[in-house]
Write a protein of this length. Structure first.
Length: 457
């Protein structure tokens, strides 16, 4: 264990502790925040992406564990990934920098504790999925660490408020400011006077490259919520942003079709209507760059839709014998019937032998469009529409001029969820705003999406 005089020296000096015992030099803003935690019971930090907040929190966890007698450090975050794979893994990483610390502190997946004091000298990770996640931590010295605090429900904070009545209790909240309500939001607004509050912009951090910041600006603009939350450390606007710019769509829409060359790949998106007033749309795109005239079917007749898709495939196969043809069907509703019938054609028609068929779902798993992208989407709706957005933004997609398609592409809003991922407005919300279901835009998005696997038929 650290000597008593060393404990007293470092108890109010977390930056010195980090330098001398962990072997790391915090940058100026990290150092200022760390000293604020030492001097104040309540500290709230909103920041952009990549500024080193997880590393800073891990240094403070280790510092608190080593400079207090029998402390408790409950740590939480909205998701298991953020808590265990990022924050808790950072604690293990920095402990390994000093053999002396590693001898005294035992790190496991479930707990960090002082050797010989497993029951009453510890830090623990607790996912913020239940209201009692942070209950029952009683000690003279308690440090609550809340990562990605904007996504933590208010009910999780209730037991924290009771524990903060003791003199040695502290609360550190950090995160991207994704939500316009809640405990974290109020710490920067209504309850600001109770906290030491910090805002850290990615543009000001030595840990964030200028290229990352410029990529966000190029993709979404400095006025966008993505820039505000992911770079500037600002809370989003009261109203959501439009996902696709009208300027981009108009610039890429042409009333006269360009000269057609033989494509290397033809991608056909099939969006099947689920309700009586919706449209079923078959949208072909050549080489992911040139939209062809879509077919609009105003009936929920799966056999008619299947027949129209099959006829289009036959036509393209006869014209372009060596071209790869992909058919992508939205199977969230009635589309599954279209998909199944198309799949049966593999044993019935030679023209279909090398056509690739994909079963797609708008509510599937999200992620990045490309490795290295600065943002993630919450589901496949975002990934599909994101592919359209990027192609239009970069003028890599030519559209057949269609006023309804333009309206559908530009009227859909987006927001950032509690994890900082882009989430598109649901169709139900669009209809409440008096808008039609974006069936033509969905069919285009299906055609532009490049799934990792599919079924040949």
């Amino acid at each position: 264990m650290l000597k008593h005089d060393a404990v007293l020296h470092f108890a109010s000096r977390p930056v010195e502790f980090a330098k001398e015992l962990i072997g790391v030099t915090p940058d100026p803003i990290q150092g200022e925040i760390m000293q604020a935690v030492a001097a104040n019971p309540l500290v709230s930090v909103r920041s952009g992406h990549g500024v080193g907040k997880s590393a800073m929190q891990s240094w403070l966890i280790i510092w608190f564990m080593c400079t207090r007698a029998f402390p408790k450090v409950p740590c939480t975050a909205p998701t298991k990934h953020q808590l265990y794979d990022i924050l808790w893994a950072e604690v293990a990483k920095w402990l390994g920098r000093n053999p002396a610390l590693k001898r005294e502190l035992v790190w496991t997946y479930e707990k960090l504790y002082m050797k010989g004091y497993h029951e009453n000298w510890f830090a623990v990770p607790r996912t913020a999925s239940k209201p009692d996640a942070l209950q029952g931590f009683h000690a003279d010295d308690v440090l609550y660490v809340i990562d990605e605090a904007s996504g933590v429900a208010d009910s999780i904070f209730e037991p924290v408020l009771g524990a903060l009545s003791t003199e040695g209790a502290k609360l550190l909240m950090c995160g991207n400011p994704t939500q316009l309500s809640g405990f974290f939001y109020e710490s920067h607004h209504k309850n600001r006077s109770l906290y030491q509050v910090y805002k850290v912009s990615s543009a000001d951090s030595p840990r964030v490259s200028e290229g990352y910041v410029q990529m966000i600006i190029d993709m979404f603009g400095e006025d966008s919520d993505v820039y505000k939350v992911r770079v500037a450390g600002e809370f989003p606007s009261a109203l959501p942003d439009s996902f696709i710019s009208l300027e981009w769509v108009e610039r890429c829409s042409h009333k006269s079709a360009p000269k057609q060359l033989e494509p290397a790949v033809i991608s056909i998106g099939v969006d099947v209507a689920r309700f009586g007033d919706d449209e079923s749309v078959i949208c072909p795109v050549f080489d992911y760059r040139q939209q062809q005239q879509p077919q609009i079917i105003r009936k929920n007749d799966t056999m008619q839709i299947t027949g129209a898709v099959a006829q289009l495939v036959r036509s393209y196969r006869q014209r372009f014998k060596d071209t790869r043809i992909e058919v992508k069907v939205d199977c969230d509703g009635l589309g599954v019937g279209v998909f199944d019938r198309l799949h049966e054609l593999k044993s019935q028609e030679e023209l279909f032998a090398k056509v690739e068929l994909y079963e797609l779902h708008f509510g599937g798993r999200g992620g990045q469009i490309r490795l290295g992208d600065p943002v993630e989407y919450s589901n496949t709706t975002g990934l599909m529409w994101g592919a359209v957005r990027e192609a239009l933004r970069n003028e890599e997609l030519t559209l057949v001029y269609d006023a309804e398609l333009i309206a559908q592409l530009t009227n859909r809003k987006y927001s950032l969820n509690s994890a900082g991922r882009i989430e598109l407005e649901r169709k139900e919300a669009m209809k409440k705003r008096g808008l039609r279901s974006p069936d033509r835009a969905d069919a285009l998005a299906l055609a532009m999406y490049r799934p990792r696997s599919g079924f040949s038929f």
